[in-house]
Write a protein that binds this ligand. Structure first.
Ligand code: HEC
Ligand code: HEC
Length: 212
């Protein structure tokens, strides 16, 4: 029960920050502005290359937050360093509105990893202290729009693995490898990922890629 209370409290915190003075996004305008993004993320937000995340179907406020975090330096994406400084808040809102209207393409899970991945996703691992992903990302991995929690279903496995390892590295305060720290003061992802093994991460990434 304490866990549920924490999750709800964290959700309220994220929702609070996500709603601050946000310009309303125009999906049509966003489509026109997305040409430069398509080279890496695909014209409809379904990228062909697994290191480039799919943006199609993503929670709007989450996409805006990532772009803002990149602009402020809270999230480092060297591949986008030449583009993000030129985006206004209106551009970010329009782009996020456009991608939210697109539909994510399906992936495929490795059948050997499904059982473990699904168990971790739905139930977590009480012995290790891993919180169930479904509690924040939704039972079918579509995210929670009100809270700004991202959709994960169908995302590329390679991208998911890289993000989980980056949150883990930051959560464990490792000094090697890429670190991701933009999950807020509550460290929701750093705290969760810090307890995952490489095998756990591989199983989760594969399972989530196959979710739709
Ligand atoms: C040269 C390739 C490239 C271009 C062009 C590009 N991106 Fe990206 N983008 C990336 C990569 C690579 C990442 C993931 C980096 C990482 O591993 O953290 C990313 C991540 C993102 C994310 C975070 C996704 C998530 O699930 O957290 C968003 C949002 C995003 N890009 C939006 C855009 C938008 C909008 C544009 C156009 C204005 C754009 N990108 C242009 C390469 C690109
Ligand atoms: C307490 C809530 C919470 C739990 C539990 C949680 N997450 Fe998250 N997760 C978040 C939030 C919030 C973010 C977005 C952080 C940000 O703003 O950058 C996120 C981001 C992510 C991302 C990055 C998405 C992207 O597109 O870059 C991945 C991958 C992820 N979570 C996977 C998982 C997995 C796998 C689990 C279970 C082992 C899990 N999460 C458990 C709240 C949670």
């Amino acid at each position: 029960m304490k866990l549920v209370a924490n999750v709800l409290f964290a959700a309220a915190l994220v929702a609070g920050t996500a709603n601050v003075a946000q310009a309303a996004g125009d999906a049509e305008a966003g489509k026109n502005k997305s040409a430069v993004c398509g080279a890496c993320h695909g014209a409809d937000g379904n990228s062909a290359i697994p290191n480039f995340p799919k943006l199609a179907g993503q929670v709007e406020s989450y996409t805006i937050k990532q772009l803002k975090d990149m602009k402020s330096g809270d999230r480092q994406v060297p591949e986008m360093a030449g583009i993000v400084p030129g985006l206004s808040e209106q551009d970010m809102a329009d782009l996020a509105a456009y991608y939210a209207t697109q539909v994510s393409t399906k992936g495929a899970a490795d059948p050997k990893l499904v059982e473990r991945g699904q168990h971790l996703f739905r139930a977590g691992d009480a012995d290790k202290g891993v919180t169930a992903c479904a509690g924040c990302h939704g039972a079918s991995g579509k995210g929670m729009a009100e809270a700004g929690f991202p959709a994960l279903a169908g995302q590329h496995g390679a991208y998911l693995e890289a993000q989980l390892k980056a949150f883990r590295a930051a959560g464990r305060e490792d000094h090697e490898g890429k670190r991701r720290t933009n999950d807020g003061e509550g460290k929701m992802m750093r705290a969760t990922a810090a307890r995952l093994s490489d095998d756990d991460i591989q199983a989760l990434a594969s399972y989530i890629n196959g979710m739709y």
